[in-house]
Design a protein around this ligand. Structure first.
Ligand SMILES: Cc1cc2nc3c(=O)[nH]c(=O)nc-3n(C[C@H](O)[C@H](O)[C@H](O)COP(=O)(O)OP(=O)(O)OC[C@H]3O[C@@H](n4cnc5c(N)ncnc54)[C@H](O)[C@@H]3O)c2cc1C
Ligand SMILES: NC(=O)C1=CN([C@@H]2O[C@H](COP(=O)(O)OP(=O)(O)OC[C@H]3O[C@@H](n4cnc5c(N)ncnc54)[C@H](O)[C@@H]3O)[C@@H](O)[C@H]2O)C=CC1
Length: 499
């Protein structure tokens, strides 16, 4: 006989920012309904101190909390700590690893993504996603003299700046650093900072807290060792001492325009009789290793060079966590492997919604918005998915949320504030665009992307104070050609023009 099926009208899968925000919003909208949050990790991520900085720019802290805190805050949320192993969408039912099944009327899948590694299953290749993988990395780093970082996105940018006491070889496919966020100009602005980095005084600004009293430890002991945690986020490396085995601050060598061709373990490498190269004795940074050193792993790059190192970090992007939900369900998937969602956050299957890193936005986007797998978008999508689920339940219709009008991201790289707006890298604009630039070395870098006199995007590095004005200019698509170069003239207060 079938076990009883405790059911809830709304079931949300995933205790990351998308899932928690979605569950919270549903709980507030339907105070008399039970909302079930099913998550594989023993802690959940909560958004705190949310601040709408301007129309679309937002800032918030993220706290890892035991799920009981969420249940106490919103008593109609019930959290089940167990991974989902199967979805039977026709029966409106999901099955968890603890052997239970849960019926739903509407379901939102927010299971996030996982690192896409260059070499799966190789013990010398680490990915960084959650608290556990970050701690494993930190532990390995304390014994390391040299590591290699592969990839040129957010994680790599943060790591190369933070790591001390260990030689770092940063191998990137591109000619310039930070290709997911910057063009060559901005990259050069930042590279000089990387090279000149000494033990400078950091701006003490902490946005993420990973411990809440003693509660986190308690929650962790219950963790199943193989469970997937939720993704780290802003300032994840704060409070993690990223220090290698040696006593020096910063030593980095960048290998551009190359990829990993082959990895060899030590014994394997000896047999090849190939030669590895020493850490370049560059004008910047210090070399502590000798040419004779033997290494646990050797990396052959497509440039022909071979470097030995203690281990590699593969910071090469993410793949949406869709597998547990695919068997027996005919989901439409995006090119990046995510669950395709429409402008109501609906997947291709009835009553199944998705939000955050797991989904691929497939609506016709605003000309100045694009999906990126980011913290802020996970929150916005989770919130909006709950609104859509509520509207569908009540037979109402709902307009796309304003946050999807304009892409906006605030972060920090190399200790600079970085604001990205709209088509900040002229994504999809073709040749028909112009760039306006203002740069003060070591201080600020301002780039506006213009098309037919309209501002389509911007990169603001440093304390430029321009984000609100630029946000408005991109949103209102005003013809700016009459202002010409004045737009970026530091002696002209452009805000006065447009107020
Ligand atoms: C190192 C690092 C630094 C980052 N820094 C930034 C940053 O500075 N700014 C920024 O905007 N973004 C940053 N990001 C990206 C950001 O963290 C993610 O985009 C965001 O957290 C995604 O949220 P999510 O809720 O969709 O997924 P996740 O946070 O990955 O949460 C997924 C949840 O689903 C659960 N789950 C998975 N599988 C199952 C299953 N089968 N059954 C049940 N539950 C399951 C997991 O346990 C987890 O709770 C960073 C990411 C990393 C890895
Ligand atoms: N401050 C921020 O905003 C941060 C955001 N994040 C987010 O976290 C997620 C994970 O970060 P990342 O792994 O850095 O992903 P990413 O998508 O930002 O960057 C991946 C990088 O790897 C490169 N790459 C892909 N395959 C490769 C291969 N086979 N060989 C060499 N290079 C390859 C890409 O060109 C790209 O530079 C992303 O969604 C990212 O946006 C992460 C850290 C900081």
């Amino acid at each position: 006989s079938e076990p009883p099926r405790p059911s809830a009208s709304f079931v949300v899968v995933g205790g990351g920012i998308a899932g928690v925000t979605c569950a919270e919003q549903l709980a507030i909208t339907f105070p008399s309904e039970d909302i079930l949050l099913i998550t594989a990790s023993p802690v959940i991520k909560a958004v705190t101190n949310f601040k709408q900085v301007s129309k679309v720019l937002e800032e918030f802290d993220v706290e890892e909390q035991p799920s009981s805190m969420l249940e106490n805050r919103l008593p109609n949320i019930r959290v089940i700590e167990s991974g989902v192993k199967q979805l039977k969408s026709e029966e409106h039912c999901i099955f968890t690893e603890d052997g239970r099944q849960h019926a739903y009327k509407k379901l939102c899948l927010c299971a996030g993504a996982k690192p896409k590694l260059i070499s799966e299953g190789n013990p010398y290749v680490l990915g960084i996603r959650d608290t556990d993988s970050a701690q494993e990395f930190q532990k390995r780093l304390t014994k390391a003299k040299r590591i290699m970082i592969i990839g040129n996105g957010g994680i790599a940018l943060e790591l190369v700046y933070e790591i001390e006491g260990c030689e770092v070889i940063w191998a990137i496919k591109d000619k310039a650093i930070g290709n997911t966020f910057f063009d060559a100009g901005a990259a050069e602005f930042l590279t000089s900072k990387l090279i000149s980095k000494k033990s400078e005084a950091r701006i003490a600004q902490k946005r993420t807290r990973y411990t809440v009293g003693g509660s986190k430890k308690e929650a962790r002991t219950k963790a199943e060792s193989e469970s997937v945690g939720s993704a780290l986020g802003p300032d994840w490396h704060e409070g993690l001492a990223l220090k290698g085995a040696e006593e020096f601050s910063h030593s980095i060598h960048i290998e551009t325009a190359c990829e990993v061709k082959k990895l060899y373990l030590q014994e394997e490498f000896k047999k090849t009789e190939k030669q590895s190269v020493a850490f370049p004795k560059a004008h910047h940074g210090k070399s502590v290793t000798t040419d004779e050193e033997t290494w646990p792993v050797y990396v052959e790059l497509t440039s022909g060079k071979i470097y030995g190192c203690d281990f590699l970090v593969s910071a090469t992007g993410v793949t949406p966590n869709v597998e547990p939900f695919l068997q027996g369900n005919n989901f439409d998937l995006g090119e990046d492997g995510g669950l395709r969602v429409d402008d109501q956050m609906r997947t291709s299957l009835p009553d199944v919604y998705a939000a955050g890193d797991i989904c691929t936005a497939c609506w016709e986007p605003s000309p100045v918005w694009q999906q990126m797998r980011l913290w802020t978008q996970a929150r916005q999508m989770g919130w909006y998915a709950a609104k859509c689920m509520a509207a569908a339940t009540l037979g109402e219709s709902i307009d796309m949320d304003f946050s999807f009008e304009l892409f906006a991201h605030v972060t920090k790289f190399f200790n600079y504030k970085v604001v990205l707006l709209g088509k900040y890298n002229a994504q999809g604009l073709g040749a028909n665009h112009e760039l306006m630039l203002r740069c003060t070395r070591g201080q600020e870098y301002v780039k506006a992307i213009m098309q037919n006199g309209r501002m389509m995007g911007a990169v603001l590095i440093g304390e430029t104070d321009l984000e609100e004005t630029f946000e408005n200019l991109i949103l209102n698509q005003m013809d700016l050609s009459p202002y010409g170069k004045d737009l970026l003239d530091p002696n002209i207060d452009i805000e006065d023009y447009f107020d």
